[in-house]
Design a protein around this ligand. Structure first.
Ligand code: PLP
Length: 464
């Protein structure tokens, strides 16, 4: 959050404490145990050491950080999280946290609405990894003995989770935009060994959006399920489903017809880490999680969140954080959509500036808000582009004055040449620079950011 947000929290955090104090007060006095007590000097001293250690960090909140998909949580998320955390509810079962269980149901229903689901079963998870594991677990239960197909640009978790689940994984090549190749997919589906296809709406590397609508039509012809990994890009459904912000609506509208979807509120959703979600439009998917534990679940006739989940204990505070955020920034074009639209405008504007730049070249036009680019070296050889990208990254991060924080993406030679036929193929791969413009602050800061990155690129091209 920016420094103004921290200022707001000076007001909100004491109110969070007030909620716990007021509620706790009704249970009467008791004596706290000396085993818990710590000397206030010792606390101060240890806290100061913690504070010092936190200096070793990157400024994720600042638009001069334009690297990975990370930003601090919204003040509403922090306030919601802290308020609930003081009670420490566990959303594994309704008795673990009745209030936060309700908030989780409402927040998950809002996510289901964002994707256009009429009905759903689903819940929050601690991460996109866990959420995808659950979706692939259901994939295996529905089509035992059949494999799972995913593109070569999908998140590596899918291949890994296929190993965990003992399911055969099928890696499908991508087209020149980093989207799953439909011909290759059809070839694989014809073999009859695939039960589920994973599509990604916003790949982690390039932010490429797979053509969900086309994959869905193809998959149905072969009796195959479709799982949508929208961990990073999912919130773009707010714009995508109505065709706002220059986002192609077709893939986003098709998600409602798929079999499962994963979205990470801890990426675009303004939440602190520890918040993913998995949703199934067919509530009957819940039956795959049924179990009969003797020591939980005794107050509610409905399915408990813990009965439709592979994870056991989960922070109820994460549900409270998301719930409070969505009260203030609903999943509409005028609510959350304004944040995403700003990210997207910044990404498109940067793409234009990069196209016009002499120092830098755009690697690929962004589908969402991930911008990829590289220093334009004189010889246009992959080896020198790779070295210049590395120098640019390092120079930005280590600059005493005016640093910028970027990330790199490895592009293999074939992928590179497809996009830039003029490059000299003297290496297997080359790193390019990757900037996830996940914060709306990037919009106003963009001219400054671009000028600084171009300045660093000019040096990076010159100094071998
Ligand atoms: C981040 C990401 C994941 C993994 O999610 P975590 O929350 O990091 O565990 C999976 N798929 C995609 C597309 C992602 O961007």
């Amino acid at each position: 959050m920016d420094l103004r947000d921290l200022h707001d929290l000076r007001d909100w955090l004491p109110r969070a404490l007030g909620v716990a104090e007021r509620w706790g007060g009704q249970f009467g006095p008791y004596e706290s145990h000396e085993a818990h007590r710590v000397a206030s000097d010792a606390f101060t001293e240890a806290f100061d050491r913690l504070a010092k250690r936190m200096d070793h960090n990157y400024p994720f909140f600042h638009p001069r950080y334009a690297g990975q998909m990370v930003k601090p949580p919204h003040p509403a998320a922090v306030t919601g999280y802290l308020t609930a955390m003081l009670f420490n509810p566990n959303n594994h079962a309704a008795e673990g946290g009745p209030a936060t269980t309700e908030m989780e149901r409402e927040a998950v229903a809002a996510l289901a609405g964002m994707f256009g689901f009429d009905a759903h079963v689903g819940h929050l998870t601690t991460s996109g990894t866990m959420a995808n594991l659950e979706a692939l677990y259901v994939a295996r239960q529905v089509h035992p003995g059949r494999g799972i197909a995913y593109s070569s640009e999908c998140h590596y978790t899918h291949e890994r989770m296929c190993h965990v689940l003992g399911v055969e994984g099928h890696r499908i090549p991508v087209d020149g935009y980093g989207r799953i190749d439909l011909d290759a997919l059809e070839g694989a589906l014809r073999g009859g060994r695939i039960g589920t296809v994973v599509v990604t709406t916003g790949t982690t590397g390039l932010g490429a959006v797979d053509p969900v609508h086309e994959v869905l039509a193809l998959a149905r012809r072969y009796g195959v399920r479709v799982h949508v990994d929208a961990a990073y890009g999912g919130f773009y459904a707010v714009l995508g489903r109505v065709g706002a912000g220059g986002v192609d609506p077709a893939p986003w509208r098709a998600i409602a017809g798929c079999d499962s979807v994963v979205v990470d509120p801890h990426k675009q959703g303004l939440q602190p880490y520890g918040c993913g979600a998995v949703l199934f439009p067919d509530p009957r998917a819940g039956r795959h999680f049924a179990h009969d534990s003797p020591y939980t679940y005794f107050t509610d006739a409905e399915l408990h969140l813990g009965e439709i989940s592979l994870e056991c204990s989960r922070a109820g505070a994460a549900a409270a954080a998301l719930w409070l955020t969505l009260q203030l920034l609903p999943l509409t074009p005028d609510g959350f959509g304004r944040i995403l639209a700003a990210n997207r405008r910044a990404a498109l504007r940067w793409a234009d500036l990069l196209d016009a730049s002499g120092e830098l070249e755009l690697y690929q036009r962004p589908d969402l808000d991930i911008v990829t680019y590289f220093p334009a070296t004189a010889d246009r050889a992959l080896s020198s582009i790779d070295a210049a990208s590395e120098r640019l990254l390092r120079a930005g991060m280590t600059a005493e004055a005016d640093p910028v924080f970027l990330s790199v993406l490895r592009a293999d030679a074939d992928a590179f040449v497809r996009r830039h036929p003029g490059v000299v193929r003297d290496a297997q791969e080359a790193r390019v620079i990757r900037s996830v413009l996940i914060k709306p602050e990037s919009e106003h800061y963009l001219p400054t950011l671009h000028a600084r990155v171009a300045e660093l690129a000019a040096d990076a091209r010159a100094t071998p």
